[in-house]
Design a binder for this molecule. Sequence first.
Ligand code: URA
Length: 426
Amino acid sequence: MSAFDAVELIRRKRSGAELTSDQIDWLIPAYTRGEVADEQMSAMAMAIFFRGMADSELSTWTTAMINTGERLDFSGLSRPTADKHSTGGVGDKITLPLAPLVAACGVAVPQLSGRGLGHTGGTLDKLESIPGWRASLTNDEMMRQLADVGAVICAAGSGLAPADKKLYALRDVTGTVEAIPLIASSIMSKKIAEGTDSLVLDVKVGVGAFMQTLDQARELASRMVALGKAAGVTTVALLTDMDTPLGRAAGNAVEVAESVEVLAGGGPTDVVDLTLALAREMVQSAGVDIDPADKLADGSAMDVWRRMIRAQGGDPEAALPQARHQEVVLADQSGVLTRLDAMAVGLAAWRLGAGRARKEDPVQTGAGVMMHAKPGDAVTAGQPLFTLLTDTPETFDRAKQALEGGWTIEASGSFEGRPLVIERIS
Ligand code: URA
């Protein structure tokens, strides 16, 4: 006889009542062990989608997810640890320059990352375009690299919050990904289990993000910050713009190349600005008094990048893979580019082969979209707006369809975008 009845709990949540701590502490491990069926947990996720969760329920739910797996412990390291999590966007390669930059400031960065699904790219997919680089490390390898190099970007092992792995896969196929308490508990269970001292959340807002409105992004950010603080992790969130893609490259190898430009002191302004804004938060949360801009300028961040890539078998000097085919999309009129839709660019890159439709699918390392103009730039009719890159030229038409209506050029327009960092929540 089990302590509770899953159907009873689903009915309770469906009616808008709160689940008790005992009920949640039974439900999550029972689901992880397979004693509560997928269809029951799907119904529960849908009930939560419509009814939400009170703060106390969310806190118990997150702790119960953490308790289904192991917790990493970095307390043996001589430096403080800080991590960053982005809720995902188009052209979001920030982790790549950020981790070595923060490590160059003396803060250890254990960055457990994921692969892309849908129109947003995944950090591991991008890094895997570097010849020889491997994403899977044992916990011991990770600790050694953190001690020696100061930064590691690798795949989260299966031991961290296994309840989330199962529940996230279920949400993905039941239309329940977008529930704020489920997103908050999913992200924070992994980050708290990872054992970082401090955490900076980059909560994306806009057409290319999970959270399309500022109100939704604020709620997600506040709930995640509260969960982090309650678990003893210094947590702050920046709400940042994802109406337009970050940088000028969306894809895998092309985003690595852009990140290396940033580490070399160049790169697009928005990528540099967001990298520095997040680095300052991480360094400050870790109690270190160094301006990351100095470590970018003096080349120390680039040194850490090279060591970090080599430590994981990669060759930082090797040529990056290039797509075998390219096609250029031209500006249809002259004027000022006033809108470049992140979702359109993300979908185009995905259709060209940079992303995957199912978890098991491979990605093309060279595929993606290069953007030759960003909002605010003057353009002339007939000039290249995008270069589409792929190994599978039959995807060009569908990629161009994704881009249709994805930009606006105004003959005499001016561009007043919102700031890249919209709000800070702590
Ligand atoms: N990323 C996660 O890890 N979990 C979610 O629920 C959404 C985004």
